[in-house]
Structure formats: C-alpha cells, structure tokens
Design a binder for this molecule. Structure first.
Ligand code: 5MM
Length: 346
C-alpha cells in the first residue's frame, strides 16, 4: 500500500469543483432502465449507451472520474478502443464497481447484506492491471418497522471496511458507499439519526480494519425524508441536516464526499448539493461533490432511447447536467440555468 498514491488519486477524484459519474449499473439494473424506455436489453445496447456517455465532448470539464461495470471494462468502443483507454483519453480517472450486489441478510427479514468479498483480491489485481485506479462498494440500509437492526448496520460496515482494506492494499482508492434508502414514510429526523448511526459504525469499522482515511472517498445519501413522508422538507433544511450529520461523523482527513442521488429528481439533487456548498463551504473540511447515476444520466437516457441519431442531443443533455452539478459544487447553481440548458447547444 502506498498512501501517497492513494491520497493523490482520492484528491484528484474530487478536485476543482468537479464530480464523478456513476455508470456502473449491473446488467439487471441497466436492463430495467432500458425496458422502461423500450430500449433493447442486450450487451451491445449497453455498450452503445456507455459509448455515448463516455464520448460526450468536454465531459471532463465537470467530471473527474467514472465508475464503470465489469461488462463495460471488457467491451470496446466502435473504433476498437477499450473503454478504460477511452475514459483515460477523455482525461477522466477510470474506476469500477466491485460489489456483487445487496442480497437478503439471513435471519433479518427485509434487510440486506452486500456480497463480493470472495476472490476480491484477485479481481482487484486484474482491474489494476487494466489501469483502473479506484473501486466502489455499495451497502444498503432500509428504514422501516424495527429496522435497521444494529446487526445489519455492523455487518454492512464490516463488509465495507474489509473491501476498503483490500482496495488500499492494491493501491486502488475505495469509494465507501453506505446508502440509507429514501423508500418509506419516515421523516427527515429519522433519516438523520439512522444515517448518523450508520456513518459512525462505518468509520469505526474502517479504523479497526486499518483503512487510511486519506485514501478513501465517502459516497453517502443526503439526509432526506422518506419518499412517502407527508413533509418533504425544503432545500435549506435538507442541506443543513446533511452537513450537520456529516460534520458529526466524517473525519476531516477524508479528502472528499461524493453524494449518490438515490432516486431524487435531477434538479432537486443539484439544488440540494448547491445549497450545501453555498451555505457551508467555509465550515466543511472535505470537498462536497456528486457521484450521481440516475440524476446525471436520466435526461440523456430519455433522449437517447437506443437510437444513434439521438446521440448528440443526449450528449448535450448529459453535458448540461454535468455543468449544472459542477456549478453546484461551487454554490453557483441557479434554477434558471435548467431552462437555459434546453436552448443551448454545446
Ligand atoms: C445508489 O446507486 C449508486 C448511485 O446511483 P444514483 O445516483 O442513481 O443513486 C450507483 O452507483 C449504483 O450503485 C448503481 O447505479 C446500481 O448498482 P446495482 O448494482 O444496483 O445495479
């Protein structure tokens, strides 16, 4: 393990008020998103979609790093360039999702445990040889009647810590992603208290597993009311509670926090990130940025619809979304910019 390499990579992933694009949907998730839009669900369509994303002109103006999926890193662009090289050629750092998904936690109904530690060391070695410089592992915590249980939180935190230690051994930065889901009717305070417990446990387990904070990126949920909560809270409340929770739980030695979007609309995810940076930038020790999948990709996917003739319009929409979020990293996003983007061609 070389802490300088890890720290340099982590810093570069969140530098210059830019963020990450998560394009690491597993085949079932990607297929579900394609099916919703009537797009054929084949390896070739997934390849063409990811090619459209990564060849977006100027993507690196707002994106430092891209999280890829195992199928993608074994595919090639139409001109035969490998995806990893295409990402590097775009001046973007390539990374990969290495978890094998959230599965039922035996003995704990409605709770999940993320799998993927078996053979992880050898998989990381292979990915590292491909030029991949960071990895991602997502743990899923559900809020409901009597859940999350302490055992679910501890088991998932231990999994994240063991994964992170293996990544650092291979000089790959681990993105540590404990996601408290938005699903449910819980209120903002409940999301706050559950996320606080989860993040405390995650950093406790990272410490016990001898993971170096300077060489990780945290990818958390924002503090949000459940989707079915009658009080949906305003942007300022969400920003305040999210920053408060992170200040309580995340060590200052962590270089960056890159949020997941978790099912928020694109514009809400951007507005909330913006509010945090506009209000609290001088109080926070880490870069606060984005690692969105749906909130970056959806507008482009809806335009693309699986048709090559829509690729340029889809790339314009993606580029615009990226620029809005880069503005949000500086607290300079304005809702009027959403409209301007529909009229502007890049
Ligand atoms: C929470 O999902 C991550 C962030 O995406 P959103 O911004 O849409 O919430 C994302 O990286 C996620 O891990 C993948 O998109 C989906 O992975 P799976 O393994 O569920 O297909």
């Amino acid at each position: 393990m070389d802490i300088n390499i890890l720290n340099q990579t982590a810093q570069a992933m969140v530098a210059h008020n830019k963020g990450l694009i998560a394009m690491d949907e597993s085949n079932p998730t990607c297929n579900k998103r394609f099916a919703d839009l009537g797009i054929l669900q084949t390896p070739e369509m997934r390849r063409r979609y990811r090619e459209m994303i990564i060849t977006t002109p100027g993507l690196n103006k707002g994106i430092n790093a891209a999280i890829l999926y195992d199928e993608t890193v074994r595919q090639r662009l139409s001109d035969d360039t490998s995806f990893v090289k295409a990402v590097e050629d775009a001046s973007i750092i390539p990374g990969i999702k290495v978890d094998m998904g959230a599965k039922d936690l035996a003995g704990f109904p409605n709770e999940k445990i993320t799998e993927g530690l078996d053979n992880l060391r050898s998989r990381l070695t292979e990915y590292s040889k491909m030029g991949i410089r960071f990895a991602k592992w997502r743990a899923v915590i559900t809020i409901g009647n009597g859940i999350p249980t302490p055992r679910c939180i501890v088991n998932n935190a231990m999994g994240l810590a063991q994964y992170a230690a293996l990544c650092q051994e291979a000089n790959m930065v681990p993105i540590v992603e404990p996601e408290v889901l938005m699903d449910g009717n819980h209120d903002l305070k409940t999301c706050f208290s559950v996320t606080e417990r989860v993040l405390h446990e995650v950093f406790e387990q990272l410490y016990k597993q001898r993971v170096i904070n300077e060489g990780i990126i945290l990818k958390p949920n924002m503090i949000l009311p459940g989707t079915n909560c009658p009080d949906q809270s305003n942007t300022e409340e969400i920003a305040e509670m999210t920053v408060k929770c992170l200040l309580r739980t995340v060590p200052a030695s962590v270089p960056g926090i890159a949020f997941l979007s978790g099912g928020q609309t694109s514009s809400l995810a951007t507005a909330r990130l913006n509010a945090m940076n506009a209000q609290y930038k001088s109080e926070i020790p880490w870069a606060l940025t984005f690692s969105f999948s749906r909130a970056l990709q959806y507008p482009a996917l809806e335009i693309w619809k699986g048709l090559d003739e829509n690729s340029i319009a889809a790339q314009n929409a993606l580029y615009h979304r990226v620029q809005l979020n880069a503005n949000a990293c500086q607290g300079k996003y304005l809702s009027e910019m959403e409209i301007e983007g529909h009229q502007r061609q890049y």
